[in-house]
Design a protein around this ligand. Structure first.
Ligand code: SRM
Ligand code: SF4
Length: 569
């Protein structure tokens, strides 16, 4: 009889493949440099595609062309803390989009830019030139802290600037320390993975396997919730003292929106407010929150790996105690605050310092030249001539800041030469809309989004106009799948793609972005959209109380009518 013991069957779940490859190559170098040097291939291996995300790069293919075979291309996302770009930096992004991308810049819902349509031969030069301009893309994606958001409106800039500085400080403090990024994209050489320093590399903050999943941080200044604070893993709400100086921050943890259709174990969740921290404590507290995710996040299931599930399952009190034990001190109690709005300012406005800023609406975040409307060229001309600071907003719009009052008319005229108006840029409802990219670049899209929303907005505007409701703002957001990239679950009306021409309809978010909406209809087809929305708008008009917003009306009147689907057996 064999003396070998037979291992008892184990129910313990295995770490995901992503965990294995991070552990095997903790520098995140993969074989990226070798593949870059091999001009005979137009794509990267599956494992390298995971490593590339940490470098801010996604391999994609043009989904419009799939019938004739896959055409590989790359999406590159910048790391732009607080969405602030100096004029030189903006011009670099603008030029690279033309030289190596599809001649458009895609403003993201986290105050960054994405290049789309970059082919492999252009990837190396693009990455090198971004870095040569003292900017980078490291940690724009991957299982790390992503682009840190901060308020963009310059109207109350003394405090706003303080928050943007703190956002940058936290972004730097949470950066991974691998040398692979610099070696591959700046020096153009493979990191020697046999060198013990690289082989045994362990990031001082993230360790060998980084986080179980992405991690998102934002700063907000009440009463404006432009960054959608409660959707972030880690949030800071700036609190002013009696003199209007920054006293510190209320801290929020455990927000996140991603879910999957038909999987009730995945859901959007709003963050909990767990205490108050001083500006001096900011970095150590951020590191503390991040390491709780690092140590307690689920590494066996990427759909269950976000920090929000730890909060939901262990509770805010547990989290606070765990964080306090890491910090070695107790958090102070949260201070009162109130969010009342979220929207951007469009047109000309005065800054706190007497200069002006110009808010420009960017339809679905796409900066491009489109017929007579030459937004990309117009912006380039203004930035070249007047050198404004450029701020990207969390609603995919752009602010040109620090413009002297004497330059106002010249800027307006230069934009007009490019077909870009500064007044009446779009209807009130369109200005409050957002869509994710989806087709043709996003590999996860189930339905159109960026290319579908503008046409749907025409139909919505027509319906509201016929009801005499053209002056009403409704926050409308669309995504091509349930991952939630344009934050549809916080909108007054959210459309979430289910399949070609089919959307789940969510209703009842609010203007301060402090309430999740709810599923109203599982599927609405394109052909049913007008009737479905028209009926809702008519009911709203007839039964709203006073100036009640659509989202508040939906939460009051429609929510009680929603019958939850019975849980699957
Ligand atoms: Fe996102 C994945 C685009 C903000 C949740 N997101 C993707 C990818 C990279 C698709 C992929 O994995 O292959 C999309 C690239 C599309 C393309 O062709 O460009 C993509 N996400 C975007 C952007 C560009 C949408 C936009 O309209 O601007 C935003 C880039 C932000 C940035 O600059 O960093 C973007 N993504 C968001 C947000 C909103 C936010 O962070 O404020 C969310 C919801 C909040 C959250 O994270 O919970 C979001 N993206 C996701 C998810 C679901 C994550 C989850 O927890 O389940 C995925 C899928 C994944 O990670 O597996 C995803
Ligand atoms: Fe792609 Fe879905 Fe994100 Fe839209 S929401 S960009 S379809 S992952």
């Amino acid at each position: 009889m064999s003396t070998e013991t037979i291992a008892a069957p184990t129910t313990e779940k295995k770490p995901t493949h992503n965990e294995e490859i991070k552990l095997a190559i903790p520098t995140l170098a993969g074989t990226l440099a070798a593949t870059m040097a091999d001009t005979t291939v137009d794509r990267f291996s599956d494992d390298d595609q995971q490593f590339m995300k940490f470098h801010g790069i996604y391999q994609q293919d043009d989904r419009d062309l799939r019938k004739t075979g896959k055409k590989f291309m790359f999406m590159i996302r910048g790391r732009i803390p607080g969405g602030v770009l100096q004029p030189k930096g903006y011009l670099v992004y603008d030029r690279l989009a033309t030289e190596y991308g599809n001649n458009t810049l895609r403003l993201t819902s986290r105050q960054s830019f994405q290049f789309h349509g970059v082919v492999k031969s252009g990837l190396g030069p693009l990455m090198k030139k971004i870095n040569e301009a003292m900017m980078d893309t490291l940690a724009a994606c991957g299982d790390v802290n992503r682009n840190v958001m901060a308020p963009s409106a310059p109207a109350r800039d003394a405090l706003g600037q303080r928050l943007r500085d703190d956002a940058r400080r936290v972004s730097e403090a949470l950066m991974p320390k691998t040398k692979a990024y610099h070696s591959i994209w700046v020096e153009g050489v493979q990191l020697n993975l046999e060198d013990p320093e690289n082989k045994e590399f362990e990031d001082p903050l993230y360790g060998k396997t980084y986080l179980p999943r992405k991690f998102k941080t934002a700063f907000a200044l009440a009463p404006v919730n432009d960054v959608d604070l409660f959707t972030n893993c880690l949030g800071y709400i700036g609190i002013a003292d009696a003199n209007g100086e920054l006293a510190g921050y209320n801290i929020t943890v455990g927000g996140g929106l991603g879910r999957s259709h038909g999987n009730t174990l995945t859901y959007p969740r709003m963050a909990d407010v767990i205490g108050f921290v001083t500006p001096e404590q900011l970095v150590e507290v951020s590191r503390g929150v991040l390491t709780v995710h690092r140590d307690f996040g689920d590494r066996t299931d990427r759909k269950h790996a976000r920090l929000k599930y730890i909060l939901e399952e262990k509770g805010a009190a547990w989290f606070r105690a765990e964080l306090e034990s890491r910090l070695g001190y107790k958090l102070a109690e949260a201070r009162p605050f109130e969010f009342t709005s979220q929207s951007d300012s469009f047109g000309w406005h005065q800054q706190a310092d007497g200069n002006l800023f110009l808010g420009l609406f960017v339809l679905t975040g796409r900066i491009k030249d489109d017929g007579a409307y030459r937004l990309k060229s117009g912006l380039r001309a203004v930035v070249e001539k007047f050198g404004p600071e450029v701020r990207l907003t969390p609603s995919q719009n752009i602010l040109l800041c620090n413009i002297a009052p004497a330059q106002r008319d010249a800027v307006t005229a230069l934009l007009a030469e490019h077909g870009v108006p500064v007044e009446n840029q779009a209807t009130i409802i369109r200005r409050a809309s957002m869509a994710c990219p989806s087709m043709p670049t996003c590999g996860l899209g189930l339905a159109e989004s960026e290319r579908y929303l503008p046409g749907l907005m025409d139909r919505i505007e027509a319906k509201l106009g016929s009801l005499g409701l053209s002056d009403e703002e409704i926050v409308i957001r669309m995504t091509g799948c349930p991952n939630g990239c344009a934050r549809p679950y916080m909108a007054e009306i959210g459309f979430v793609g289910k399949g070609p021409g089919r959307y789940q309809l969510w209703l009842g978010g609010n203007v301060s972005s402090t309430r999740l909406n709810r599923v109203y209809k599982e599927t609405v087809k394109d052909a049913e959209m007008d009737a479905e929305l028209g009926a809702l708008f008519e009911r709203w008009k007839n039964t709203r109380i006073g100036a009640e917003r659509f989202g508040d009306w939906a939460a009051r009147v429609v929510w009680p009518e929603i019958v939850e689907a019975p849980a699957a057996a």
